[in-house]
Write a protein that binds this ligand. Structure first.
Ligand code: B4P
Length: 193
């Protein structure tokens, strides 16, 4: 199963990605996690990514696309994957289309996590007190929400037009949200058989 997880910052992509990966036995690939992993190194690229993420911006498409292409070529993606937080721009959509076509593969579904802005801001402020992430300050959270609305939210319509979008109410406990996702995915799989 090849899945995308889309939604505003704080909508629970990372949380649900982990649950989907465990349930469907596919790797969860989070570009945010990959970038955070890079921050431990002291390369010029890591420094560039650190500054962009701390400011709440998007890492440039060429860097992001290269990293995703390398990750998707890994053998553990042979049976599918759930991509969390990618694509976030139209250019990234084009690259993912190219990568999938090259492998003669297609997406099964795009899960759109729907949460009120007040709720996602509250979640990120709560995470700030627990994890202390550099991009979870009030000012940066507001900027990330704005960039999401301007650059990423319109992509949901792209996938809706392709008949791939599955809208999920992402308010409620992580378990309740996952139950909604798995019910929707299992229904899709049943239709496909
Ligand atoms: P991400 O790592 O994707 O971070 P996010 O959008 O903030 O979080 P997510 O939606 O995964 O929320 P989570 O489950 O953690 O991106 C970070 C940065 O990386 C970006 O700003 C950007 O700079 C860069 N980046 C990543 N991908 C990129 C790309 N493709 N192109 C360019 N740049 C890119 O949940 C948030 C909090 O809510 C957690 O504390 C969680 O415990 C809590 N929570 C989750 N579900 C809940 C629920 N149902 N109820 C209550 N709380 C819940």
């Amino acid at each position: 199963m090849r899945l995308l997880l889309m939604g505003a910052p704080g909508s629970g992509k990372g949380t649900q990605g982990a649950l989907i990966a465990q349930h469907y036995r596919i790797p969860a690939i989070s570009t945010g996690d990959i970038f955070r992993g890079m921050l431990a190194t002291q390369t010029p690229l890591a420094q560039q990514v650190r500054e962009i993420m701390a400011a709440g911006g998007y890492v440039p498409d060429d860097i992001t696309n290269t990293i995703v292409a390398e990750r998707l070529a890994h053998p553990d993606c042979g049976n599918g994957f759930v991509l969390d937080g990618y694509p976030r721009t139209l250019h990234q959509v084009g690259t993912l289309d190219f990568l999938l076509a090259h492998d003669n593969a297609a997406l099964d579904a795009v899960i759109g996590l729907q949460v009120d802005t007040d709720e996602v801001v509250a979640r990120l402020m709560a995470r700030a007190t627990v994890d202390g992430r550099a991009d979870d300050t009030e000012e940066t959270i507001a900027l990330r929400q704005r960039i999401y609305r301007e650059q990423t939210e319109p992509l949901l319509d792209t996938y809706r037009r392709r008949g791939l979008l599955v809208d999920i109410d992402a308010q409620g406990s992580p378990e309740v949200v996952f139950e909604r996702i798995s019910t929707a995915l299992d229904a899709l799989a049943a239709v496909a058989v």
